[in-house]
Design a protein around this ligand. Structure first.
Ligand code: 13P
Ligand code: SF4
Length: 306
């Protein structure tokens, strides 16, 4: 007979098991509130990669999406990397394959390939350097080349082109969650809350970013919200952001861009699945060594830039 545990029981069992098994729980800023609350570290893609590389724990329970767990494994192959729900993928990462990238590289041999970490290990392995939303501009500025093939997010790529003035060839990829935020929705929110400022993730479209007072990665948005004088902030990113924003800024009001701004893949991770994955130490994420070593070069170059 199946026994059902309350959330409270699950949380205490997860904590006990994690400590017995020497496991660290890492969670992305878009995870469900209860997952963020049990995590040892909550952050953006760059912060999570750094944690994965530096943790002393033998086991990493990665509460995020597939490419994030893969990046953790690329950086720390000696550790056991677990993604509690194997179906938690990223539609944007799926918009670029290594085969497609090889063809595109042939058409643009002069270009340096900069790949957003929201991509498969095989695509990273075909790239010159990786970037995250928090260092994309810095990474592209650091390159000698003026011709950049930017994969796979066309919105982040267009933002980088604007900031750096370089010739950025865009891939036709996008994040459905951010791409569907409309400028009209933001304008309506600004009209409704005239005192509010607007912060946005660079995965949003150019028209939406044009309305932003601040553009940043998820963790960058937390810092900005904290130091901002504004008491009302419109959040142009995934709904999961609201949880910590509200805890860290109890006197400020946050408005989501819309109630539909949800990444369904991020929400596939639940307390039950975290507990189950800790018990079974499955599903494990690995990358074939030949691909891992090539992908590591691109990720390492990014990590050195910061
Ligand atoms: P960051 O947390 O690195 O800003 O990335 C956002 C995102 O969409 C991850 O999937
Ligand atoms: Fe991918 Fe967008 Fe979800 Fe991030 S929010 S995991 S980019 S679909």
């Amino acid at each position: 007979m199946e026994t059902f545990l309350s959330d409270q029981e699950l949380v205490s069992k997860i904590k006990d098991l994690a400590s017995k098994k020497d496991a660290v729980i890492l969670a992305h800023n878009y995870q469900r509130p209860e997952i963020q609350d049990i995590a040892d570290y909550v952050g953006d893609s760059l912060g999570l990669s750094r944690q994965a590389a530096s943790t002393d724990a033998d086991i990493i329970i990665f509460c995020g999406v597939h490419f994030m767990a893969e990046t953790a494994y690329i950086l720390s192959p000696q550790k056991t990397v677990i993604l509690p729900e194997i179906e938690a993928g990223c539609p944007m990462a799926d918009m670029a394959t290594a085969e497609q990238l090889k063809l595109k590289k042939n058409q643009h041999q002069e270009a340096t390939v900069v790949t957003y970490v929201n991509s498969s290990a095989a695509v990273k392995a075909e790239s010159d350097i990786c970037c995250t939303s928090s260092n994309a501009v810095k990474v592209v500025e650091s390159l000698n080349s003026d011709d950049i093939l930017f994969v796979p997010d066309k919105n982040l790529g267009a933002y980088v082109a604007k900031q750096t003035g370089k010739n950025v060839i865009l891939w036709d990829g996008f994040c459905p969650t951010h791409h569907h935020i409309r400028a009209g929705q933001i304008l309506a929110l600004i009209k409704e809350h005239p005192q509010a400022v607007f912060m946005a993730h660079p995965e949003c479209t150019e028209e939406v970013l044009a309305l932003a007072n601040h553009i940043d990665s998820t963790s960058g948005m937390f810092s900005w919200a904290k130091q901002s004088d504004a008491n009302e902030i419109i959040v142009g990113s995934e709904m999961g952001m609201l949880h910590r924003l509200q805890i860290e800024n109890p006197n400020k009001i946050f408005y989501p861009a819309s109630n539909q701004t949800i990444c369904p893949n991020m929400k596939l991770i639940t307390l039950d699945k975290v507990y189950d994955s800790l018990l079974k130490l499955e599903p494990k994420i690995t990358v074939p060594e030949q691909i891992r070593l090539k992908a590591l070069e691109a990720v390492d170059k990014m990590v050195k830039i910061g």
